[in-house]
Design a protein. Sequence first.
Length: 262
Amino acid sequence: MIKQLLTTVLLCAGAFHASAGNRDTLRIMTYNIHHCNPPTKSKSGEIEVDAIAKVINAQHPDLVALQEVDVRTKRSGGVDQAAMLAAQTGMFVYFAKAIDHDGGDYGVAILSKYPMTDTQTIHLPETANPASEDRVVAMAQVTLPNRKKIIFASTHLDVSNANVRDEQATAINKIAAGKSLPFVLAGDLNCRPESASYQILLQRFTPSCTNCGFTIPVNNPNRVIDHVMWTNAKRFRVVDNRVIHEPYPSDHLPVVAEILIK
C-alpha cells in the first residue's frame, strides 16, 4: 500500500513538473517604480524597496519591465535597487543605465523568472530636442520553459517632448524589425493611445489591450501611459490584462498582461 501511494505521489509530481515546464502562458508586468520612493514620502526621500517587491511578488510575473530604477545613487542610500529587487523576488535581473544621477546610475531594468542571454542597452534618439534626458531600451533574449524564445524589452520614453517620443517610437520599431523572434515591449511610454508616438508603435506592435485601464495618477487615475505590446501578433493571444490598484509604493500603477503563446 505504501509503495503504491509513493508511486502515485511521484507520478503526480512528475505530471505537475511536466505541465509547469510546458506552460504556454506568460505573465508580463510593467512598473514605473519611482526609484522606490513612495509619493507620500517624497519630501522625506524615504526609500522602500520592500514595498515594490511586495507588489511584484503578489502578481507572480514571469517578466517585469521596470522604469526609474536607482543603482547606488545618494538619494537612494547607495543601494543597488535592481539587485535588491532581484533578490527579493527570486528573479534574474538586467539593468540598463540611462544617465548618471546623484553619484550613481539611473535607468530601466528587466526582471525575469528565466535566464536571459544577449542582453543589450540601446540608446534612443533625441535629435528633436538634444537637451532631453537620455533614454534607453533594456533588451534580452529569454528562453521559456517550453523552449520557445522571445525578445523582452523595457523602456521609458521622453516625458516632455512629443517629437522626441515620435522618433524614439520609430527607433524602437526599427529595432524590432531587425529581430526574427517575437519582440515583447513593456514600459512607461509617456503617451496615450491616441498620441502620434503610440500610433507609430502600432505600425509594428500589437497592444495587450484596446480599452486599457488608467495607470496614472495612482489616486483617481485619468490616463494610461504604461503599456505592454508585441510583434508577431499571430503568435500571441491575450488571456487577461489589468491595472493593479496599488497606490502606495509609486506614482504609477503597475500593469499585468497574461498572454498565451500559440
